[in-house]
Design a binder for this molecule. Structure first.
Ligand code: SAM
Length: 193
């Protein structure tokens, strides 16, 4: 039997908390798997903002949504997630139910176009700021990628430094993981203070 992937754990965590008609964000759209999962969860009455720096990622994401009849749900933006709070309109701030990050590079794409700790940390902070109380943020980290170990360590330091009165957080790893295996941070905003 194959091991459970951390991306599947992230989907499961979010699906238990995200409802039809709600607003969600995919901060790293890539090939659109996470965007599609979020779009299915919020349905035709919801909205999913999806960001990526690469136009090919947004094309793939748009195609995937269309194939599933969910293209009206997606709001795609070619820009870095460090602009997340500007991309998501003010009316949604404090009302977003879920933000997903899947760090690193586009599988099968240009590995130099990967996420970087400085912009990633700024984006995670913005994601937490726009979440509603009870909203969740997931971050899949890839310490085995070149440059990924430092980013993963910085993300862990950031999450472990969050105020426990405001956020609950858990680290998940896949079964049979090695030191540099991908891992997931799942954060829940428990107080909007
Ligand atoms: C691992 S892939 C994401 C996979 C995707 N979530 C999926 O379901 O297919 C990481 C993506 O992050 C994107 N990326 C890199 N830097 C970024 C940034 N500053 N803002 C937003 N996306 C970025 C890359 O272009 C790449 O497509």
């Amino acid at each position: 039997m194959s091991a459970v992937r951390v991306t599947d754990i992230a989907h499961s965590f979010v699906s238990k908390r995200l409802r039809m008609g709600e607003v969600a964000v995919d901060a790293t759209a890539g090939n659109g798997y996470d965007t599609l999962a979020l779009a299915r969860m919020v349905g035709q009455t919801g909205e999913v903002f999806a960001l990526d720096i690469q136009s090919c990622a947004l094309v793939a994401t748009g195609r995937r949504l269309k194939e599933h009849g969910l293209d009206q749900v997606g709001n795609l933006h070619q820009c870095g997630h460090e602009n997340l709070a500007d991309v998501v309109p003010d009316i949604h701030h404090g009302k977003v139910s879920a933000v997903m990050f899947n760090l690193g590079y586009l599988p099968g794409g240009d590995k130099s176009l990967m996420t970087h700790e400085q912009t990633t940390l700024s984006a995670i902070q913005q994601a937490l700021d726009i979440l509603k109380k009870g909203g969740v943020c997931t971050v899949v980290c890839y310490p085995g990628h070149e440059g990924g170990a430092r980013e993963a360590a910085m993300v862990s330091q950031f999450v472990e430094g969050l105020d426990p009165d405001l956020y609950r957080f858990q680290r998940h790893e896949s079964e049979h993981c090695k030191n540099d295996s991908p891992f997931l941070w799942a954060v829940e905003k428990i107080c909007s203070g």
